[in-house]
Write a protein that binds this ligand. Structure first.
Ligand code: ADE
Ligand code: ZN
Length: 331
């Protein structure tokens, strides 16, 4: 199974670029930017990566991204992630970035996006990995703050495929951002939202029926509501599930409880993704392998997951078909 997973071309649809900041890179960027970090060593920092819920992780995640200050930092971060993708045979990436996590610290929107886009363009040349960029709004902030961020993004809209909604889910329902997402839709952007990670099934319902999302990030708790399951299947919505993230953040007790198998059985377009691999202990193939072993998935099911990753992507139809054909040719 390990060989099949390694050989399959895959797309990653749920990855926060700031969550791919490995402790080693964090320390080296901190040193060159003269930033003190409250950990004595890479090992000590890694030891701090133990979480009992989403918020505990987010506190450390926002602290970690504080070392990112100049364009080169964002370039190096993104390049390191793409190099890792090449190892796992990830052929297409749809990357979230959190501009408000940077602009709130005085780093300009332009600095962030210039570094990320330059690395994505170079990564496409070096590794042949295609990409989409998804600008994610922080849901613990106001809708007004989101509108301000959208204004800053305006000169860059030709580089941005879609928008997302992340950060602390509980108490920040999708409808809090209904006007912002309606405006993004008018601008031709794809709409994604984290929903049903920790938040209730009602948030997934809102994301589908009030916002009209194109894709749901996580969506685990949709499985508690048969009507929601029916709506997801009916609309052929893709769910971007993140198994190692789910265990690290105690969304599930153990990998054997991952909803991926159940979703596959029901015919949902479910995908496997790494979310914040530097914090949760594994990139794409590690997520595929842990899930496959934990749930006892068949090779046909593993292939289906890889197919879903392309069919659920924002790639043009013809590109999707090429990737899917190459999966179907694998034994
Ligand atoms: N930001 C980065 N990773 C996240 C996650 N898993 N949930 C919500 N916000 C996030
Ligand atoms: Zn996420």
């Amino acid at each position: 199974m390990k060989d099949l997973i390694a050989a399959l071309p895959k797309a990653e649809l749920h990855l926060h670029i700031e969550g791919s900041l490995e402790p080693e890179l964090l320390f080296s960027i901190a040193a060159r930017n003269n930033i003190d970090i409250p950990y004595a060593s890479v090992d000590e920092l890694r030891q701090a990566y133990r979480f009992s819920n989403l918020q505990e992780f987010l506190d450390i995640y926002y602290q970690g991204m504080n070392v990112l200050r100049v364009e080169q930092d964002f370039y190096d971060l993104t390049t390191a992630y793409l190099d890792r993708c090449a190892v796992d045979n990830v052929r297409h990436v749809e990357i979230f970035f959190d501009p408000q996590g940077h602009t709130s610290r005085g780093v300009s929107f332009d600095t962030v996006i210039k570094g990320i886009v330059a690395a994505l363009e170079d990564g496409e040349k070096t590794h042949g990995i295609s990409w989409c960029l998804i600008m994610s709004f922080l849901r613990h902030l106001s809708e007004e703050d989101g509108f301000e961020t959208l204004k800053q993004a305006e000169p860059w809209l030709d580089q941005i495929t879609g928008v997302g909604l992340d950060s602390s889910e509980s108490g920040h329902p999708p409808r809090k951002f209904a006007r912002l997402f309606a405006q993004c839709r008018k601008l031709g952007l794809k709409l994604c939202m984290h929903a049903g990670e920790e938040g209730p099934p009602a948030y997934v319902h809102e994301a589908i029926f009030d916002i009209g999302v194109d894709r749901i990030d996580h969506g685990n708790r949709a499985m508690e509501d048969p009507d929601l399951i029916a709506a997801i299947i009916d609309r052929n919505l893709t769910l971007t599930v993140c198994p190692l993230s789910n265990t690290a953040l105690k969304v599930i007790d153990k990998i054997e409880d991952s909803p991926v198998g159940n979703m596959l059985d029901k015919g949902i377009s479910v995908t496997i993704n790494s979310d914040d691999p530097a914090y949760f202990g594994g990139y794409m193939n590690a997520n595929y392998l842990a899930t496959t072993e934990g749930l006892g998935l068949s090779s046909e099911q593993v292939k289906q997951l890889a197919i879903n990753s392309f069919s659920g992507s924002f790639l043009p139809k013809a590109d999707k078909a090429l990737h899917i054909a190459s999966i179907n040719h694998q034994d």
